[in-house]
Structures are given as structure tokens and as C-alpha cells.
Design a protein around this ligand. Structure first.
Ligand SMILES: *[C@@H]1O[C@H](CO)[C@@H](O)[C@H](O)[C@H]1NC(C)=O
Length: 260
């Protein structure tokens, strides 16, 4: 079991999508299992209750799952999959750039502020310093909701990772009720650690600029666009700013756009 898990994790570090496809193609060709104990079996890296697995093994059930997996595999052969396949882990290490960090920071901060506070008549959030610190904390925590995408011109989108979606798709029509992953959850959502780096850079941004520049914006400059006032003119100064004008897509919006 441990051996199996190790293989999955190290491969995932190299290329999450490839592993997802490998897992799926193994599923399609042959369901391979390893005995764990009397209660569970491992089905290609996913721990399954033996009773569930036995029910599922009956030919009729198997066919349904195979069809669902086949469809999941076809869906994977999308533009997003092909583009991600071309990207190495070394390349991923160059990201996120400062521009990405600031753009997502502002996107999330704005969402947190709008959700929790009502703007005054003059268009400002009436918020105390302490509340602002809470809002910034929440903002950085929310970076977890992002994943890398290669379809859109902005490198990140808000939504589940391709691998997570693949797993979910594979399980959707399955009669197996209890799935748990032998692969750590963070490896499914963030195989190259890029989202973790995004989060760390967000904390650093709030550390360096929270007290001074961001509070200045809060107290005196809320009428200014925070993307221009803070990101472009202060945080990015001499860095590349191209990503600021790009749109950040959310999962469901991407779907809608693809259909257009
Ligand atoms: C915003 O509201 C949510 C609940 O709707 C709460 O959990 C969160 O702590 C609030 N955040 C701030 C910064 O006030």
C-alpha cells in the first residue's frame, strides 16, 4: 500500500494530469486491486470499502463505471489537458509572479469586503483597522480556491483542479459509496505547490504593505482603484504589470464561454 502511494505522489509531482489519465486508463482496461485488510481494498490508489467493491465488481456495475470513466477520459482530452501536459514542473516553479499575486489579492479582498460590509453613500467601506486585518487574513486563506489553468490568458482560475475534477467525475456514477484517497489532498489540488506559493506570497504582501500602504488606501484612497493605486503604482512599480488587465475566470464561467 505504501509503495503504491509513493508512486502516485512522485508521479503527480511531475505531472498531475498524466497520472490522472494513467489512473483512468488503468481503470478502463482492468480494475486492479490490492488487499489492505479485511475491510478495505485499494483500487488504483483509492481506498474502497470491500463490501462496496464487491457490489461494484458485478459485471453490470462494472460496465457503468467503465462508461463513466471513459467519458471522463474523453473530457480530459480537452484543450486544458493538452496545454497542461506540455508544462514541466521546472517551468511551474517560476510562478506565481508578483503581478498574479496582487491581482488575485485584490480580487479576493474586494469580494470579502463586499460580502461583509456595506459601502457608505460616498462609496467607501466603513471598516476598522482590526476588521481590515481580518479581511486580509481571509483574503489570503481564499487563495486555496484557485488552481492553475492554461486555457485562459490569466494563469489562475477559481475552481477545482483538473485532477480533483477527474476523480470526482470518475466517482460520480459509481455505485461505490465510500471513497477515500491514499494520495494526500494537497497533492490532488496543488501538485506543483504553486498555490501554496501563491498563498505565502499573499501573506508577505500583507506583512509588508498591510500596515502602511493598504491602510492608507483604506483610510484616504478608497475612491481610487486599488489595482492601479496599489498594485500598479506601489507593489509592482518596476515589475511586469500585464496580468492586471486580464480577467480571472471561475469554473462555471469557463464552461459558459467554451460553449459560445
Ligand atoms: C465575513 O463574513 C463571514 C460570514 O459570512 C465570516 O465568517 C467572516 O469572518 C467575515 N469576515 C470578516 C473579515 O469580517
Amino acid at each position: 500500500m505504501r509503495f503504491h502511494q509513493k508512486i502516485i505522489v512522485s508521479k503527480m509531482g511531475l505531472d498531475a494530469v498524466l497520472v490522472a489519465t494513467t489512473i483512468i486508463s488503468i481503470f478502463i482496461n482492468e480494475i486492479r486491486t490490492t488487499d489492505v485488510d479485511s475491510k478495505y481494498v485499494i483500487v488504483d490508489g483509492i481506498k474502497v470499502l470491500r463490501a462496496d467493491y464487491e457490489a461494484f465488481s458485478r459485471a453490470e456495475e462494472k460496465k457503468k463505471v467503465q462508461d463513466a470513466l471513459k467519458k471522463a477520459k474523453e473530457d480530459l482530452m480537452t484543450k486544458e489537458y493538452r496545454l497542461q501536459e506540455e508544462e514541466s514542473e521546472e517551468y511551474a516553479k517560476r510562478f506565481p509572479k508578483r503581478c498574479h499575486v496582487c491581482k488575485i489579492f485584490v480580487e479576493e479582498l474586494t469580494e470579502v469586503l463586499e460580502r461583509n460590509f456595506t459601502k457608505s453613500k460616498s462609496g467607501e467601506f466603513p471598516i476598522t483597522t482590526l476588521e481590515f486585518y481580518d479581511a486580509m487574513d481571509e483574503t489570503c486563506e481564499n487563495m486555496d480556491k484557485y488552481t492553475v489553468t492554461r486555457v485562459n490568458s490569466f494563469r489562475y482560475k477559481k475552481g477545482a483542479s483538473l485532477l480533483r475534477k477527474t476523480f470526482e467525475e470518475a466517482q460520480k456514477d459509481s455505485k461505490i459509496k465510500h471513497w477515500s484517497y491514499t494520495t494526500p489532498s494537497d497533492k490532488i489540488d496543488d501538485p506543483t505547490g504553486e498555490i501554496q506559493r501563491l498563498k505565502e506570497k499573499c501573506w508577505r504582501l500583507t506583512e509588508y504593505h498591510g500596515q502602511k500602504n493598504l491602510q492608507r488606501w483604506l483610510k484616504k484612497h478608497q475612491n481610487e482603484n486599488i489595482l492601479n493605486w496599489f498594485c500598479e503604482d506601489i507593489y509592482l512599480k518596476n515589475n511586469k504589470k500585464g496580468c492586471i488587465s486580464k480577467q480571472i475566470w471561475k469554473d462555471d464561467e469557463v464552461k459558459i464561454r467554451d460553449e459560445l
